[in-house]
Design a protein around this ligand. Structure first.
Ligand SMILES: [Zn+2]
Ligand SMILES: [Zn+2]
Length: 333
């Protein structure tokens, strides 16, 4: 099973303006000087090979994840990253798509009108949703006012299938089960299980229910898990002033990962206002948090033969994670 992250910003896409770009180039040039690089070609190679900093920028597109397993490729959400997936799926000649919706906030559906296969007759798209009114609120984007093309004019055949939380469905040996997240209006995560590999998408979620008893029916979705994609939008200091906004913070994800033995945690749904420096400092904060808390969960991690605790990663657009090769380590050395 593989995860490809097409969109990793939350709430709003994030464009990089001129000043930010100049500051980023300046920062990486300074890093290159510090690393002893002295020629432009050394700098170019270091940028390309990821020697200076990986990634160079964190997400710009809003949420869209794709899970690959055998012949199945399944999208979760249709943020602006979904529009970017168009050229790849067109090049592959794919004509059938399965899309699972976590919820209907705009940042999770706004890429749909720009997904080119929508306009190609013969394309078959199935949209799975837990929210009962999802078809109405997906279609509303194609009312001819918010976007010029009306729903009836789309070339693809599009079917909606309502699914129930905690009831699994299967594709090609891949089992997908929706579970509940804490988010205004309700949001549903998805756990994917296949051939002993497991991945859960826990976005958008505030994780107000955190103890095992509060998580209740949702607890098993975090247990015996290889990878959790977690809503790490805010710093811990910001959470109090953003109560009920529906998003969480990396150290809370790390605590959950430590407690439940989640081997890899990927922070995503980055705040659209967060700079690369801020994202890196949030990653450092999460790694420091793990260091201070790991001793309390030592037995779990020794049993898992991963005594250093969960790997902690920050998502970026274009990130791929192969669950058969769980050798990635924290991005900060
Ligand atoms: Zn969102
Ligand atoms: Zn949301």
């Amino acid at each position: 099973m593989k995860l490809h992250m097409w969109g990793t910003r939350g709430s709003l896409p994030r464009a990089i303006d001129h000043k930010t770009f100049v500051n980023l180039v300046d920062k990486y040039a300074k890093d290159a000087e510090k690393a002893g690089l002295s020629t432009i070609s050394e700098f170019r190679n270091a940028i390309r090979d990821g020697d200076l900093s990986t990634p160079l920028v964190y997400g710009g597109n809003t949420t869209c994840n794709e899970i690959h397993h055998k012949n199945s490729r399944i999208f979760v959400d249709m943020g602006t990253g979904f529009a970017d997936a168009s050229s790849e799926v067109m090049a592959q000649g794919r004509t059938e798509f399965h899309i699972f919706l976590t919820h209907l906030h705009w940042d999770h559906i706004m890429g749909m009108p720009f997904f080119v296969p929508l306009y190609i007759p013969g394309t078959k798209i199935t949209i799975y949703h837990v929210h009962p009114h999802a078809p109405e609120y997906v279609r509303i984007q194609f009312n001819g006012i918010n976007f010029p093309v009306k729903w009836a004019k789309l070339g693809a055949s599009i079917e909606f299938k309502q699914i129930k939380p905690y009831v699994p469905i299967s594709f090609d040996g891949l089992t997908i089960t929706p579970f509940s997240l804490d988010h205004p209006g309700g949001s549903f995560g998805y756990r994917f299980d296949a051939e002993g590999c497991s991945l859960a998408i826990g976005v958008d979620g505030e994780y107000k229910r955190f103890t095992r008893s509060d998580l209740d029916r949702d607890l098993p979705f975090y247990q015996n898990l290889d990878v959790l994609v977690f809503d790490g939008q805010y710093e811990m200091d910001e959470l109090a002033s953003r109560y009920d906004w529906g998003h969480c913070s990396p150290p809370i994800g790390v605590e959950l990962a430590l407690r439940e033995g989640i081997r890899n945690i990927i922070m995503t749904h980055h705040d659209p206002r967060a700079s690369e420096d801020k994202e890196r400092s949030m990653l450092t904060e999460a790694i420091d948090y793990r260091s201070t808390k790991l001793a309390g969960y030592k037995a779990i991690w020794q049993d898992l033969k991963q005594p250093e605790g969960p790997n902690i990663l920050l998502a970026y657009d274009g990130m791929e994670f192969d669950l058969k090769k769980l050798t990635i380590r924290d991005q900060l050395k």
